[in-house]
Design a protein around this ligand. Structure first.
Ligand code: NI
Length: 160
């Protein structure tokens, strides 16, 4: 395995960690709490979770240069209030993302770029995979804080 493949593998393992810990947090949510909203300008818990589980699917579509209208349409189509569907989307999206990134040659993984609809500059696929992890981590922590506010029994160990 080349060094680049090794690093790609590390990133996949980090993605698996994000998926496993995010799914475990979502599984704790009780039906009565889905519409919790800390403040009017903030997302509801249901909206946070939808955005979070869509990340692998939607961010892959973004680097594949789908335009803003298609991305907004995709987000709308994927939105659900069914907990099983939310978990399935997280897992299937992450699997598709990994398959896609794994199928790239090392050269393409490191150097090939895609241009998100909101950006003037192309971004390398390897960098985008890192950004997806950052994005997941950001919203996982948002979910974690919502659960804390709702007095769920969560702590640092739920993140590893
Ligand atoms: Ni986001």
């Amino acid at each position: 395995m080349t060094a680049i493949c090794q690093i790609r593998q590390h990133l996949f393992e980090e993605l698996d960690l994000m998926v496993r810990t995010t799914a475990a947090l979502i599984e704790k949510i009780e039906d009565k709490d889905w519409h919790y909203q800390p403040q009017s300008a903030m997302r509801t818990l249901l909206e946070v979770v939808n955005h979070l589980v869509q990340i692998p699917t939607v961010d892959l579509a973004i680097i594949q240069e789908q335009d803003e209208i298609s991305i907004r349409k995709l987000e709308k189509e994927l939105f659900t209030d069914n907990a099983t569907e939310l978990l399935n989307l997280l897992h299937s999206g992450a699997d598709r993302l990994k398959s896609y990134m794994a199928a790239l040659t090392v050269e393409d993984f490191v150097h090939k770029t895609g241009k998100p609809f909101y950006s003037q500059e192309g971004i390398a696929y390897s960098k985008w995979l890192i950004e997806i992890l950052t994005h997941l981590s950001h919203h996982r922590s948002q979910l974690f804080e919502y659960l804390k506010e709702l007095h769920y029994n969560v702590n640092m160990f739920d993140l590893y």
